[in-house]
Design a protein around this ligand. Structure first.
Ligand code: SF4
Ligand code: SF4
Length: 357
């Protein structure tokens, strides 16, 4: 961001804050960008910025990691997923730990790469652990369709996908949260459009701005939220250029809807949220790892003292967790918010505590 715009935004924010105001950035990508660009230092008195539940890695439940661990322990099975997920702790350690115990766990950069692995190694059963919100679910759906078309018998998906509007519904209804405005993620909104958020402003009076991830785009989003709050006219407004059409990306949503159906899903620290996850539809069950392999049912949760649920709902800031920095650090995370580079505990640790540029 050009230096000269920093003070002007600082003054503008101060001018727009008409009363004590709480805003929440929903997405972890926003969280990191806010730290990295020094936006926190611009926040005027009376304006509080909280981090929300917008990192699929952070909200992956312990039971889901336990299911992945049990898959990784099966002979002949190769588990593939994105790098961040490998370090999320389950009941008996993380997927990374299992690699030391002869499990075949591999990092991929896309669902397509996981399918390619299966096609290349027909003697192995390749499972793709699929985390992510509406941004990544369409590409998982496309890969499932391709696997079905090719009748690939050694590929399956464990869907950990989660949906953003249902968790926002829970947040908005939480009387302890009392957020005045939400900074909504640009990439998720490219798929969803604006309509799925309208309940936030219409029913709960929460201001909403969809913003990109550059510092200036975030600052524009914050000023838009403050304007809505100041004029008492909450609405959903996109500042993400032409990328977000009001109706979103219908083709991507059709793809998701063709392959997945909504199901109740467990969120780390937040419990089970109705219709907030995606399971494969019946015609794609042969490619559903949950059907193909025996998985633990209702695994007991281990009490770690991690306060991720409170962090993800803005009730605590990371430094207020008794485990923050001791013993929980990015090198030795106790909870998932410290794992992902975009988790709020990791962002606080790196930028606020250690001052990493
Ligand atoms: S790791 Fe980042 S991009 Fe991936 S989900 Fe978490 S916040 Fe979003
Ligand atoms: S500091 Fe660690 S233990 Fe505490 S909430 Fe964050 S991730 Fe969980």
């Amino acid at each position: 961001m050009p230096e000269r715009t920093v003070p002007s935004f600082g003054k503008l924010l101060a001018h727009l804050v008409s009363r004590p105001t709480i805003l929440m950035e929903v997405c972890g990508t926003h969280t990191v960008s806010i730290f990295r660009s020094g936006i926190r230092s611009l926040l005027p008195e009376g304006l509080t910025l909280l981090s929300g539940p917008g990192c699929p890695v952070c909200v992956t439940d312990q039971s889901e990691i336990d299911a992945a661990l049990s898959l990784a322990s099966l002979s002949g099975v190769t588990v593939t997923t994105f790098g961040d997920l490998l370090r999320v702790p389950g009941r008996d350690g993380s997927l990374l730990d299992t690699r030391g115990r002869s499990a075949d766990v591999r990092i991929v950069t896309s669902a397509f790469q996981a399918l390619e692995t299966a096609l290349r190694e027909p003697e192995r059963q390749v499972v793709f652990l699929a985390p992510g919100f509406e941004t990544t679910a369409p590409s998982t759906a496309a890969v499932v369709l391709e696997a079905a078309e090719k009748k690939t018998a050694n590929f399956s998906v464990l869907s950990l996908h989660k949906l953003v509007p249902p968790v926002l519904r829970v947040l908005a209804a939480d009387p302890e949260l009392a957020v005045d405005g939400l900074l909504l993620p640009g990439h998720v909104s490219v798929i969803l459009g604006e309509a799925p958020y309208s309940f936030l402003s219409e029913r709960h009076g929460i201001a909403c701005a969809i913003a990109g991830f550059e510092a200036e785009e975030i600052l524009l989003g914050l000023t838009e939220l403050l304007r809505q709050i100041r004029t008492n006219r909450p609405t959903v407004r996109s500042l993400y250029g032409k990328a977000v059409r009001p109706e979103g990306n219908a083709r991507a949503r059709e793809l998701m809807e063709r392959v997945f159906r909504p199901v109740d899903a467990p969120w780390r620290g937040l419990g089970v949220i109705p219709s907030s996850g995606l399971a494969l539809r019946e015609e794609f069950l042969p490619w559903d790892a949950a059907q193909r392999f025996p998985l633990p049912t209702n695994p007991a949760q281990v009490e770690t003292g991690c306060r991720c649920g409170d962090i993800l709902t803005g009730k605590l800031t990371p430094p207020e967790c008794p485990l923050f920095d001791n013993p929980c650090t990015p090198a030795s995370p106790v909870g998932p918010c410290m794992v992902s580079s975009e988790g709020s505990c990791a962002a606080h640790y790196r930028y606020a505590l250690r001052g990493t540029p």
